[in-house]
Structure formats: structure tokens, C-alpha cells
Design a protein around this ligand. Structure first.
Ligand SMILES: [Zn+2]
Ligand SMILES: [Zn+2]
Length: 272
């Protein structure tokens, strides 16, 4: 499990942005005028840091032992990865899904990751989006490194698409921003047009597991099947809740000839 130092060093290494092309004096002046603040508690931070150490400590990074298919972490913290009972009964279409961190922490504790994702998606806070994208890409790389020489190669990174009505309301697809950061990190093209959502779907949050599957059934289409055929695809979304959305995306991609579909999300709902 990467410690605070790992996250901190990555945030620092990600800081080769426009701010760092300015001179030191200009940077210092800008930092005084527009200080970087923790996305959760708003205390001032060094430039390009997303969370203060205290809030960072509340984020529960997901790590082994977990389900080899859906990435669900197990309550027991010992033993090897293995398939969970749910995936054994009903195997998902995708090869495997992994996530950076738990979407929610135990009730009553601060929720830095969930709050940041909500600010990104519903308050259109692009600083939160940029920070989350950088951290998601960093943790995707870590997961690849920790796969003990079995890191997958991908031909394309595919964001889970929004329906046009939702895209127009929000103004951006949060999954595309995460996908672009990962694509840049692994030097793999991102195709936001390969998969589209053909009808608006109800928010999944208040639906039962079966209703979620029915809600997204047939909701996606591959626009150019020739571009999916034989391709090794990495599907990216912001939150893995029941897995119904990425399952339906993966099913649609396989129906159109994809060679493999893996999933990575910034956060995952963990029901321990
Ligand atoms: Zn904080
Ligand atoms: Zn599973």
C-alpha cells in the first residue's frame, strides 16, 4: 500500500505544469495571491498538492487481498487475491476491475475522496478534477507495477460515456478527464467516440443491484466496430458502485469484437 510519502512525491513529480514554467518570483507571488488548498479541508498547501496529509490519511487505498475479477477488497487483510462469491456465481464480462481507493470511509469519518468527486462532478470544480485525474493515473501505474510482471498492455483507453443530455448539463465527461490522464501516463491513445450512451439512464445510486443492471441494459453502442475489433481496451470511470455500468460497457465492447476489456476507476464503493 503506498504511503503518504508515495502520494506526496507523485504530486510533486506531476507539477511540471504552467506554474512551474514561470520564474520563482512569479510563482511565489501567485502562490500568495491564489494559494493551493486541500480539496477537503481547504488549508493552504504547496502548489499542485491535492490533499493535506491529514485528509490524505482518511483516503483508504484499495489493495490486496481483493477479488481477482471485480477488485472487491476482502475484510480479512491476509491471504492471496481470489475470486469473490458474487463473481464466482455470475462472472463479469470484463477481465478485471481495479480502483484507486474506497469511495466512502466509515460513517462519521471525513470523506475527502467522495467530497472531491462530488465537487468535480456537480460543482464543476476543475481543480478537483485535475488533481483526481493525476492521482488516479498515478495509482493506475502503481497497480500495473504491482501486478508482478503481468501488467497488461492496452491499445486504447475508453472513458465510460455520458448521454448527450447529461454531457450538455455538466459540460464535460468526468471519465474522459480521468481517461486522458491515464492515457498520457501509459502513452496510449484515448478514444472518447468509440462507445456512446444511446439513452439517458436514471441515477444508479438508489436502485437495487438487479434494477441497476436493467437500467443500463442496452444503453451503450459501439460507433465504429472496426475500431474495437481485436483491441485490448482499458475502460475508465470515476466510481465503481455495483459494476453494472462497466459490465454493460464491457459486454457491448466484447459483442463488437474487443479482444479484452479491463476496468479502472478512481473510486470503488466498498461494502465491508
Ligand atoms: Zn485537508
Ligand atoms: Zn468479485
Amino acid at each position: 500500500m503506498p504511503g503518504r510519502g508515495t502520494i506526496k512525491s507523485t504530486q510533486q513529480s506531476d507539477s511540471r505544469g504552467w506554474l512551474h514554467r514561470l520564474g520563482a518570483a512569479a510563482r511565489a507571488a501567485l502562490t500568495v495571491l491564489y494559494p493551493w488548498r486541500c480539496l477537503n479541508c481547504a488549508i493552504c498547501l504547496p502548489a499542485d498538492h491535492a490533499f493535506c496529509l491529514k485528509c490524505q490519511g482518511w483516503i483508504q487505498v484499495i489493495h490486496s487481498p481483493l477479488c481477482t475479477r471485480c477488485g472487491r477488497p476482502f475484510a480479512s487483510r491476509v491471504g492471496p487475491d481470489h475470486i469473490c462469491s458474487q463473481c464466482a456465481q455470475q462472472p463479469p464480462s470484463f477481465r478485471h476491475a481495479r480502483a484507486w481507493a474506497a469511495y466512502s470511509t466509515p460513517s462519521g469519518s471525513p470523506q475527502p475522496l467522495r467530497q472531491s468527486i462530488l465537487r468535480f462532478k456537480y460543482e464543476r470544480n476543475m481543480r478537483a478534477g485535475k488533481a483526481l485525474a493525476g492521482l488516479t493515473a498515478h495509482h493506475f501505474s502503481l497497480a500495473q507495477e504491482q501486478s508482478a510482471g503481468q501488467a497488461a498492455d492496452y491499445d486504447l483507453v475508453i472513458p465510460v460515456p455520458l448521454h448527450l443530455t447529461r454531457l450538455r448539463w455538466r459540460g464535460f465527461n468526468q471519465s474522459l478527464i480521468l481517461a486522458r490522464a491515464i492515457g498520457l501516463r501509459i502513452n496510449t491513445p484515448v478514444d472518447p467516440w468509440l462507445l456512446s450512451r444511446t439513452r439517458p439512464t436514471s441515477p444508479q445510486t438508489k436502485l437495487s443491484r438487479e434494477d441497476r443492471r436493467a437500467n443500463v441494459r442496452g444503453a451503450f453502442q459501439v460507433n465504429t466496430p472496426a475500431l474495437a475489433k481485436g483491441q485490448r481496451l482499458l475502460l475508465v470511470d470515476d466510481v465503481y458502485t455495483s459494476g453494472a455500468t462497466v459490465e454493460e460497457c464491457a459486454r457491448t465492447l466484447y459483442q463488437n469484437g474487443a479482444r479484452s476489456v479491463d476496468v479502472f476507476t478512481a473510486a470503488r464503493v466498498v461494502d465491508l
